[in-house]
Design a protein around this ligand. Sequence first.
Ligand code: HEM
Length: 396
Amino acid sequence: MVTYPDLIPGPIVRITPFELHVEDSNYWDEFYSRSSRYDKYEWMAGRFGANTMTFTTASSELHALRRAPPNSMFSKRSIAMFEPTIQDKVEIMCKGIASSVRSPDGVLVLSDAFSAYVGDVITDYCFGFSYNHLESPGFRENFHAAFVTISGFEHLALHFPMMHPIMNGLPNSVVEAMNPDLHMILKVQKDLRVQIANIMNKESKVEPKHPTIFYELLKSNLPPQEKSINRLGDEAQMFIGAGLETTSWALTATSFQLLSNPEALAKLRAELEEAMPNPSKILDSRSLEKLPYLTACIQKAHAFHMEYPLEIRGSLQKNRCGTLLQLEEEQGHALASSNLAYAELYLALATVFRRFQFELYDTDVSDIELAHDFFLPTPKLDSKGVRVKVKSVASG
Ligand code: HEM
């Protein structure tokens, strides 16, 4: 990968008249300061085709108003109440992984499994239902391609703000012919609005199994204009987009690191076997957090790839998940979504690596290394994902 120091001396580079990239992690404390509040640029708000989502809200005052109601949904207590649902999804994922052995070539796209898992978790937490991507053969149905496409489209949409309204105005068949993945996100945008309308209609009659973000938002004291279907549709796109690629990528990159480092993998497996002698009895996330090697893997293992500079006035996507999640916790200006992310990471990694032995299949570091800045760090475009074959399954 070419880094700034190869091209330009010094860690700060002006990439547009309004944007700096800072490749110096010491600057994080300055950038993510508790004491300073700043507005984002209004003209950047619509780049994901959803210009009323909290994340791109320009005014810091309006951002704070929008951010407050969902905050309690990400507390440790709320996530603990949701944990049984996450555990159920992990079990469904494991069934799908085990069945890959029976597929004709025995190849499993592990990155698709993680996208399906994280997508089903976040939609369930948003609405109390999921698209059941985990049940799809080979986990082929998942949001990954759609969200990578919308992120890639983001650069164009930033400078040509009419792009999204134009695409939205075109007949479905035309968008589908032009770009099937973009078509998928437009379909998802519409479907999310239908889900929200359904919740609005049934709000007082049907109680979901666990608290959900959108039931809480609708019950909250947000002013009525903030609860319109379109505004909440934008918010749903944000929650799914923000919760999806970050966490599924962390799982993918961590797994790749482990599978290409037999010594590290052996240490992790030894720790998991000792802590969970019966592979069908997986500890809860609070107990898993006490396992030092698993914790170190989650904090560090995926720090080696996808190096990405800090982008001022945009956001930051760097695959230092542990560090970034600590940022979210410590700085207090982002959502406390780290509690959900950690629960997903601990439960999935502990279960998958306790139960399955894999070997990488036709996958190398270029499948996880940053090749494109599509807002989301993206590897080479012809990557087929992180692919594995299941070597053995532990029985309980
Ligand atoms: C490994 C996992 C994750 C990483 C590394 C990560 C990282 C980040 C970072 C760096 C930001 C930008 C903060 C800023 O610029 O202000 C952010 C924002 C955000 N994240 Fe995460 N995140 C992760 C998981 C999640 C999950 C599971 C959710 C759940 C929905 C989530 C929801 C959000 C939301 C809604 C925002 C925008 C908050 C705001 O504007 O106030 N994230 N995340």
